[in-house]
Design a protein around this ligand. Sequence first.
Ligand SMILES: [Mg+2]
Length: 444
Amino acid sequence: MGKNGTYFLGKLLDRILITRTALYSYFCQLLTNMSTIVHIDCNAFFASCEIATRPQLQNTPVIVANSNEAGGGVILALNDKAKALGLKRGTPLFKIKHLLSQYAIQVCPADHKKYHRISRQIMQIVIQQGIILNFQQYSIDEFFGTLPIDDPSEIRIYIQMVKDAITTGSNIPVSCGCSSTYTLAKIATHYAKHYSGYKGICILTPDKRQQALSRLPVADVWGIGRSLQKKMASLNILTAWDFACLPLSRIQTDFGTQGLHTWQELHGVSSIKIHKNAQQQSIMQSHSFPYMLSSLPDLQKAVCNFAGNCSAKLRAQHSICRSITLFVNTNRHRKDLAQYSNTKKCKLTHYSNDTSLITKTSLELLRQIYRSGYQYKQAGLILSDIISDQGRQLDLFDQNDYAKKNQLMKTIDSINAKFGDDTIHLAVQDNSEKNTNTRLKEEE
Ligand SMILES: [Mg+2]
């Protein structure tokens, strides 16, 4: 067979494979059940939380930034007004210092405790409303669930009710995407967020799939990681539709199981399972202090706060820990000052999530590593060796009344959830401006 013959035979085989892919897609659609996957994504979540809790910021450009040891920081989130000034996530604050006062941009220090509280609040609102089934948190600002219907006009009515409930209950704007798979629902949310015509709700039905995928860069598809992106770019696969059009026979060999699952999801076949937020394997809190601390009592107050917050996080994910690590650092950027840093780790006799025990142990660690005569800039606490609180092994000689302690901790957590963080805390914890707002002062 000549060169031309080989070429045409190749083309014919390609055509057969593409037809097979189309047939596969068609049958998959028939097999897809009647329920719709719903994806909810909070818009500019950290910035929205700051505005929700400080309504006076409503018409102001708002950015949320972290802080670092040197007193700098980068933009973590920003509202539309800040975006309109050309600001972008990840930009270091020192680069935009001149713009901050020029445009009266409000810089908020990241307050992760607040963001977690509002995220839990959104979960509760939706679960209580009972419209979305199997509602679960995927990340701090993203949620998935299902609706047992597939009529787009009905879906819109129900999702609008959910969206309204979230806005009324938490003041957080959200975008909602609905489709037959997780990946397509996330793509729908992308359109809901970026095209104002959707008014925050996009229902991606099979007839609109080609158009939606053709306009979406393949790199923006959930599950296409960096290595797949590189490979696709080299093969001139630029849009999600280019990828979806590849024949099934090529997918697994060229893009592996991950690529296959994404490809199937783009064809409307559920291939990904969402697991409830896995337990964090370590929980850490640290602070760079706005003023350097030299006295033991000042450091003790900070450490008590870390212990209280980390223990509450541990209980929120229904787990217990065995190891506690504490570290302290002086300011390494201040070469003119004496430098010291130390870390100490210890194992508890029993797994625990009891604030008083974790605080007592952390203070003992601090006593062991504290040296007078130094200016401390940073301290932190890490809880590790974490297991589920269902896995506690009872010891015959253990005198602790766990049931009583658990009940006390549960009561404290529920009061704090209802009336705000730190309504009840240990007397040794310090909740004064100086310690709780350290990051704010770092930014300023
Ligand atoms: Mg978001």
